[in-house]
Write a protein that binds this ligand. Sequence first.
Ligand SMILES: [Zn+2]
Length: 378
Amino acid sequence: MTEAEASVISCEKTKNGWEVILDRTIFYPEGGGQPSDRGYIGDIFVKDVHERNGLIVHYCDGEPECGRKVRLRIDSERRFDHMQQHSGEHIVSGMLCSAFSCDNVGFHMGEDVVTIDYNAAVSREELSSIEERANRYIWEDHECVITFPDEQERKALSYRSKKEIDGELRIVSFPGADTCACCGTHVRRSGEVGLVKFVSLEGFHGGSRIGLLCGKRAFEYLSSNAYQNDLIARDMSASSLRTYELYLKQKDELSRLRGELSAMEEKYLSLYTESFMGRSDAVLFEEGLSNDSLRKTALALSGAVTGSCAVFTPEGDGFRYAVKLRCEAPEKVIKEMNAALRGRGGGRDGFAQGSVCAPQDEIISFLKSTGIFSEIQR
Ligand SMILES: [Zn+2]
């Protein structure tokens, strides 16, 4: 039911809004890992529903009139989503727990992904076979059967349950897939689940944590993945089934090019720094150096000159720098530079890397004022 009539029995103002109790309700209170329903009592929004001392309490934004008959409406799209995720989880858990003789030891229905924890290690291949069986079961459109067995019937029944249950027992069964004690909301037939898709698998306390999507969520997830993959395939002018293969090729190519670039950079640096050999110090302004290249250039220069060196590369309103100082208290000089040129950064043993927010002229004036540098190249 997504709509019904009920009478307001009590309504109490609390610091979180109004707590409303009805003579009957279609709102599902949070429980069994499933979030509560949201919806309306008359035109008043119901934001949360909990069970408290056997009563179902509706947490509302406003105050419905006590004693009045009111129309109840739940957010049916949200409810159906929960039914799809939860029922899919039943089918998967039933199959998984019987195949691996394990238990479902945790369940969380998040806003985007449902995670389930099992106390057995499951491989990706094993999971794929469960996924295939679960989807087949969904397409076969089995009925979801709900029963309330008495004491006698219970003894003959084998079912999954997280805890010992006193009093009335509600058994939810997807025949041939799962039998479980459950208070949650379920679809009428397995076909309504539509689709199950495992989206993640990780080890968790010696067992497995599985990310699962069902129904509309699975469809949306697969749609956005297919779209991403199609964009990549188009850009590579390739079949969408070959993107991973091409990605691996490009990754190899990239790593080879990085190696070549690095070798060329080193060769270039050694030739370049040769021209500084024997000088007392050096200051360079070079465009387009990465942090790694900045560091390498400063160290190579430092090997050529007898004193200090500093390398700057422009970025935004300022420069990134790498310096290697051979002077008294180099850390103090770096601190002073950062303070004077609105910069940040540091290092050790006279070497420092960072950035300053100042134009080239101001940097040169500062370096001259230190008395460490005599030769400054632009
Ligand atoms: Zn259930």
